[in-house]
Design a protein around this ligand. Structure first.
Ligand SMILES: [Zn+2]
Length: 365
C-alpha cells in the first residue's frame, strides 16, 4: 500500500459501516491476520449472505485497496476518501478484478477464470496490492476452478485472491486447500434483534421475521421475510385442508405448495410450523409463535391435533426428511416422498382420533 497522509476518518479501530455489529470480532480477528508480516495469498471467507458475508467481504476489499496504511492496533475501516477508496466505490479500481458469472449465466466459466489469471500477471496500476475478488466462489465450474489452481497456489507477488462462499463443499478440494479459510461467526439472536430494531422494525415483527428467516438478519430485513411468511401461510392452509379431507386429500400436497421452490426453501419453514404446532398443542401461548399473523388458522389446527398427534406428525416430518436426504433424493423426489409420508400419517391420526372418539362415546353410554 502506498503511503499517503492519514485523513481524519482513518484512526485505528474504527469499523467499516458495512461490517455489522455481530461481525466486529471477526473484523478484529481478520485485522490480526492481515497485520502479520506475510499476507495469505488466497483467503476463503465462509459465511452466509443473509448474515452479511458479502458486505463483510466488500469491506475487506475496500480496506485492502485503501491507500491509507492501517495503523497499529485494531484494523480500521478503509478511509473512504483516498483515490483507492474512490476508485473502488466507482467500480473502476484498476487493481481490483471481480471474478463473477457473466450476465445471464449461473456459473463462472473458464474464459472468466482465464481473464482473472491474466489480471493477476499484470503490474499494479496504483502501485499497491492487486485483488482478485470472487464473491460467490461456489459458482466456479470445474474447468474455471482448474484454470485458477496454479495461480491460486503461487500468485504473482502483491496479488491476493479473496473468495467468499456459503457452500465450501461445492468448491474443488484443490481450490479449498490452496486458500486460508476464515469462517465468519453467525449472528447471535439478541444482537440480530437489536440491529433489526435499529433498522426500524418493531420488536415483535423483528422477532417473527428473524424466526422465519432462520436467524439471518439481512434476509429478515428484505423481501425474503415476506416470501417466507407467505409460504408459512400456504403450508398452514394446506395442512388444514389435509386434516379436513383425510385420506381423500391430495397425497402430493407438500409438492403442490412447494411449486417451483426446492426442499432447501420449504423444509426450514415446515420445521418452524411444526415447532409452532407443538408449542400450541402443549398449551404454550401464541406470543412465542414465529408467524404471529397465523394465530387464528393455527389455533383452528390445534383443535384437530392434540399434543401426541402433533408430536407424531413432527417425528414423521423429521424422519422422512432425514431418510430422503440420506438416500440422495433430488429435491422434487424428496418433497414427493415427504408429502406421501405425511399424508399417510394424517390418515392414521384421523382414524385413531375417530376410534378414540367412538370409544369415548361408547364409554359414556
Ligand atoms: Zn482510502
Amino acid at each position: 500500500m502506498t503511503q499517503t497522509a492519514r485523513p481524519p476518518g482513518a484512526e485505528g479501530g474504527r469499523k467499516p459501516a458495512a461490517v455489522l455489529p455481530w461481525q466486529h470480532e471477526d473484523w478484529d480477528r481478520l485485522g490480526a491476520l492481515l497485520a502479520r508480516e506475510r499476507l495469505p495469498h488466497a483467503l476463503l471467507l465462509l459465511g452466509l449472505p443473509g448474515a452479511g458475508a458479502l458486505t463483510f467481504a466488500e469491506a475487506v476489499v475496500a480496506r485492502l485497496l485503501c491507500a491509507v496504511p492501517p495503523t497499529a492496533g485494531p484494523l480500521a475501516a478503509a478511509c473512504g476518501i483516498c483515490v483507492g477508496c474512490r476508485l473502488v466505490a466507482a467500480g473502476s479500481h484498476p487493481d481490483l478484478h471481480r471474478l463473477e458469472p457473466e450476465e445471464g449465466h449461473e456459473q463462472i466459466r473458464v474464459d472468466e477464470a482465464r481473464a482473472a489469471v491474466a489480471f493477476a500477471g499484470l503490474k499494479a496500476g496504483q502501485g499497491g496490492l492487486k485483488v482478485v475478488f470472487v464473491p460467490q466462489a461456489e459458482r466456479l465450474n470445474v474447468q474455471a476452478a482448474n484454470c485458477l489452481l496454479k495461480t491460486l497456489e503461487e500468485p504473482p507477488l502483491g496479488t491476493l485472491f479473496l473468495l467468499t462462499t456459503h457452500c465450501p463443499a461445492r468448491l474443488l478440494v484443490t481450490v479449498r486447500s490452496r486458500c486460508q479459510r476464515f469462517a465468519l461467526r453467525p449472528s447471535g439472536r439478541s444482537v440480530a434483534l437489536a440491529w433489526l430494531e435499529a433498522q426500524g422494525l418493531p420488536a415483535p415483527e423483528a422477532a417473527a421475521r428473524l424466526d422465519l428467516c432462520r436467524g439471518l438478519p439481512l434476509d429478515a430485513l428484505d423481501d425474503s421475510a415476506a416470501e417466507q411468511a407467505a409460504l408459512y401461510a400456504d403450508l398452514v392452509a394446506a395442512l388444514a385442508a389435509l386434516l379436513s379431507q383425510g385420506p381423500e386429500g391430495d397425497a402430493l400436497w407438500l409438492s403442490r405448495v412447494a411449486g417451483e421452490r426446492t426442499h432447501a426453501t420449504l423444509l426450514p419453514v415446515l420445521t418452524l410450523l411444526c415447532e409452532d404446532l407443538l408449542r400450541l398443542c402443549s398449551g404454550g401461548g401464541t406470543a412465542t409463535l414465529a408467524a404471529a399473523a397465523q394465530v387464528k388458522p393455527l389455533t383452528s389446527l390445534k383443535g384437530r391435533l392434540n399434543r401426541e398427534a402433533a408430536g407424531e406428525w413432527i417425528s414423521a416430518c423429521y424422519a422422512s426428511a432425514r431418510r430422503g436426504l440420506a438416500s440422495g433424493l433430488k429435491s422434487d423426489e424428496l418433497l414427493d416422498a415427504l408429502s406421501l409420508s405425511l399424508h399417510g400419517v394424517v390418515g392414521r391420526l384421523l382414524a385413531a382420533g375417530r376410534e378414540g372418539q367412538d370409544q369415548e362415546t361408547a364409554r359414556r353410554r
